[in-house]
Design a protein around this ligand. Sequence first.
Ligand code: MGD
Ligand code: MGD
Ligand code: SF4
Ligand code: MO
Length: 762
Amino acid sequence: MGGREKPMEYSATTQERSTRSVTTHCPYCALQCAMRLNITERPQSAPSITVEGADFATNQGRLCRKGSTSAELLTGRTDRLTTPLMAVRDEDGERTGEFREVSWDQALDHVADCVKAIQQTHGSDAVGVFGSGSLTNEKTYALGKFARVALGTSQIDYNGRFCMSSAAKASTMVFGVDRGLPFPLTDLDAACTIVLLGSNVADTMPPFVQHLQGAMAKGGLIVVDPRRSATAELTAEGGGFHLAPTPGGDLALLLALANVLFEEGYTDRRYLQQRVNGLEDFRRSAAAWWPERAQAATGVGADQIRFIARRLGSAASRAREGGEPVFILTGRGVEQHRDGTDTARAAISLALILGLPGSTSGGYGTLTGQGNGQGGREMGQKSDQLPGLRSISSEADRTHISAVWGVDPKTIPGPGTPATELLHTMGTHSEDGRPGVRALLVHGSNVAVSAPDSGRVLKNLRALDLLVVADFFLSETAAEADVVLPVLQWAEEDGTMTNLEGRLLRRRQAVQPPSGCRSELWIFAELARRLGQPTGFPIDPAEVFEEIRRATAGAAADYSGMSWEKLDSGHAGYWPHPSTDAEETTDAVISQTTGPRELTLSGEPIIGTPRMFESTFAHADGRARLSAIRPRRQASPQADELTFTTGRLMEHYQSGNQTRRVPALDATHPEVTVEIHPAAARQFGLEDADYAVLENAQGSMRAKVRLDETIRADTVFAPFHFSGEAAANALTRGLTDPHSKMPEFKNTPVRIRRADSQEAAS
Ligand SMILES: Nc1nc2c(c(=O)[nH]1)N[C@H]1C(S)=C(S)[C@@H](COP(=O)(O)OP(=O)(O)OC[C@H]3O[C@@H](n4cnc5c(=O)[nH]c(N)nc54)[C@H](O)[C@@H]3O)O[C@H]1N2
Ligand SMILES: Nc1nc2c(c(=O)[nH]1)N[C@H]1C(S)=C(S)[C@@H](COP(=O)(O)OP(=O)(O)OC[C@H]3O[C@@H](n4cnc5c(=O)[nH]c(N)nc54)[C@H](O)[C@@H]3O)O[C@H]1N2
Ligand code: SF4
Ligand SMILES: [Mo]
């Protein structure tokens, strides 16, 4: 087993002696920009840390404002959790809102005793676990194993259900496997055309924009977004195109684009014959969506649909003849819907009829969001899944994992309850009469802010018999906990992350954690011991990584050929990498296998599979699967309603528990704003900078009005980074996609009115 490397690298030549540098990756999004932390130790005070971008394929030295200020949360903070906390209750057992500091033994003994008591009375499934795409691969893997082996519960799911599940499901259905980008990001650099559906990378992954420059320069950036987002604005530079369908109209739009491509003979017949099944079923679905029908459903003009389809079709034809490639990419804007899986499937289908995936003509990808969003969805914290993207319902997969875990396959529980239902039924009973969990352990998510219908989630959190939250700052969710466990932050721990390209990276320890904090691997081991499982939970991440290699061997997301040492020494490792593969692939070999395309990775040695599907797709017969896709009828908003959609600001990350604590970021958006078209504002009696109340059956939200002429007049937009009265998720519903169980964050009917003077002042 590979020993742990020295946690710090010293570079004494260019810096003063007391300054050292550690190269690692950003704590936030899936671009996983490389950064150097320069740490200067100071006598009698916390070390000072500066951050600079490091050279790496995805960011090429750049960082966004979140990344460049990330070290401000590392040292010298008074709000850092540094000791376990337990909620103080009054004589009636009611919470007082106060916490008291306790020792680790007290906290963990209490958790273990409560878990045992709850499980004895109500069964193993009465205890649930909620994980995260922010956790390293090692923590994710250990969390999934802890739930199934130490708790014996099926009730585990994670925040990736809110994030990636529709596109993941669509990729699995069509390609047979889910890797967000099945090609290196730098492949985009050469593109002549890139279609970005529901993704605002200019705000959500700013260094990503470098990879759009080629397409922008050729006038080939096509952005689909009901708002003129910062990314849509890029289409102005070079003459690209911005289409603004009504929220949820993307599926009809995609089918109409396919309709024109079929009608006008732009499809790649040879590719479809050789590599794809189900063409006729998809063709029939597209035939039902002629451009005029899509115009009525989406508001995008039929002429514009024809124009874009022709442009896309002719670019793909040129690409087939050796021209520059064409890519279709999706983000949360099209995926977080009740028909998100079908919409992602339609985007993949469009790419397939043009002959793009797995060819030199281009490809399809979804832009994974969280830092370890990709690794997080393949390490076994999803309710229906075991490590390696294995299925918890497959006998063969259960047998493989039980051998690695050293347990009887029969003891591994079956599929659990997906995130929204888990949170909406906890502390209560589900609508079909099944009991919800009575205890919940949360690792890496702030569900009180980020889950749909957050009012209901908050109520349910309060109804639990036991809520345990591991975090490094007291989030809105942790504030509701019975026990808060202070854990390590990114730069205080070692591990691996898998970025949006399926590339494994080393997260490196750079600073010492506060003495009262503990690693989550240690917490799982200590709790497991108290629950009667003294072995099987190593606390060294490198040792867990070795187990991951064994657990994923032979699976779709195969890490078995990877090595901690190679990742550490700068190898670019992309899964799948079966251990039987050649040890290393050089750039020269890669370019031989991929024809005219070169792979530019700054000379890093490559291991694994940077480009997938070059010869086959991942289904047993090697072919991709097209099928029928039929948009379901959705109720239109009433006359007094607008469509509420949500998303992100550049300066804030997710529920804001980290970035709202960075003064420079907080100052850019001290309060939540709602974007509304001036015509709609007039209709509802609102003026710029007024306070508005948005409301519906779920709840209400107060926000400052920001007039925006570029948003559709039937749509309003607010970010979800804020809590309390400013929480966007007070309005979102618990409706989910039937295939992926992803909630519909981006299409909620709301009423809007001016806040009265009392509401405005609050
Ligand atoms: N600054 C910042 N960056 C982040 C994050 C963050 O919180 N803050 N989070 C990270 C994570 S986890 C994720 S998942 C990614 C998300 O990254 P993105 O997918 O880029 O983020 P969103 O802002 O949620 O949505 C993108 C766009 O979808 C548009 N949209 C809304 N409804 C619709 C619709 O019905 N159709 C279409 N076509 N578009 C629609 C919105 O107007 C928005 O501009 O970002 C990652 N990066
Ligand atoms: N309305 C609306 N709601 C949305 C979305 C939307 O677009 N609109 N987007 C959804 C999406 S895509 C996502 S990904 C979710 C994200 O929403 P959340 O799941 O709430 O994600 P974060 O805010 O990143 O929460 C992470 C929490 O874990 C902590 N944390 C970070 N790293 C670690 C770690 O290693 N261990 C532990 N124990 N804690 C850690 C942070 O301090 C923070 O409190 O929100 C979803 N909610
Ligand atoms: S783009 Fe993402 S990974 Fe890069 S610095 Fe910003 S938050 Fe960090
Ligand atoms: Mo996400």
